[in-house]
Each structure stands twice: as structure tokens, then as C-alpha cells.
Design a protein around this ligand. Sequence first.
Ligand code: 5GP
Length: 176
Amino acid sequence: MEDYQLTPLIPAKDLHKHVDAVAARINLDYADKNLLLIGILKGSFVFLADLMRLLTVPVEIDFVRLASYGTKSETSGKIQITKDIELPVQGRHVLIVEDIVDTGTTIAWYMERLRTYQPASVRVCTLIDKYERRSVEVPLDYVCVRIEKGFVVGYGLDFSEKHRHLPGIYEVQFNQ
Ligand code: 5GP
């Protein structure tokens, strides 16, 4: 038997409404621009796939994969790129697409790195802003859902590589 259970948190139909609303804002904000979306693997791929199909502005897509040392529930701050982007960034309007921002360490580190490539602009779009443990202030320009705390899975997010396929978001509840 599993030593945890999943409790439904955000149904798929609610998620889609939030993604629609964020896409509409992006379409307005980038109306006269070419956009480069950079998805952070693996967790963002479902969100990115839904989001990009709602965009009406010209868009290109790339992916980066970051490995962070530390436990599953806390990032240590030592981050490494295990798969880098392939498209040039200089002079581009970049929108980083993240699954969930927790302490903010990962996204802050990657924004710093991207800035060294001299993009025209860098903004962040996250599916979930999990704000209780934020220790690095990062501007989250587009947020679909805000939650205070908890460990969540589904819609691309995993727990030990499981549950990414679930259409909604679930909270992991560990048995005592
Ligand atoms: P941060 O650097 O903001 O503390 O952590 C961000 C990364 O930690 C996310 O990209 C994600 O990989 C992982 N993470 C943080 N909270 C959760 C969560 O509730 N569920 C899952 N599946 N991953 C999380």
C-alpha cells in the first residue's frame, strides 16, 4: 500500500479557466512582439502545451532542464543545467514557463543566467505560485493559481515521476 494519498485540489476545468485567462493577458501584452517561450522541464510540459495553443501572437518554443540538489521537498540552491535551450535568446522577448514556484530559488537562478544572454525582456509565467516558503523575491508576471503550501501533483507535476498524467491538481497527503 502507498504511504500517501492524493486529495483533489484544483479540478481540470478550473485549471483550464485560469490558463485561458493568463493566455488572454499574454496575447494583449505581447500583441506587437515575437515571443520565445522557454519551458522548464519536466513539470511545465502539460501547462506549456495548453498555454501555447491559446496564444495568438507569433511564438517559438524551447526547453531547459534544471537539476537542483537537495531533498525532493526543498531546493538547496545549487542548480545545474542538464539540458540547455537551443534557440538564440539575444534580443528576444522571453517568457519562462514554470510549473510551480516555491522558495523562488530555481527561477531566480535561471533568470540571472538568461540575462547574461541579453534578451530584450524576461518575464515569468507559472502555473502555481506556492508562496508560504518564498525566500527569494522574484516577480511572477503571470500566475494561474496561488496556493499557500503543500506538495502537489498532476497536470505535469510529479511525485517520484508519478502522477504527471492526472488532468487536475492533487495534494499529496502523507500517512502518519
Ligand atoms: P523552488 O526553487 O521555487 O523552491 O522550487 C521549484 C521547483 O521545485 C519546481 O520547479 C518543482 O520542480 C519543485 N516543486 C516545488 N514544490 C513542488 C510541489 O508542490 N510539487 C511538485 N511536484 N514539485 C514541486
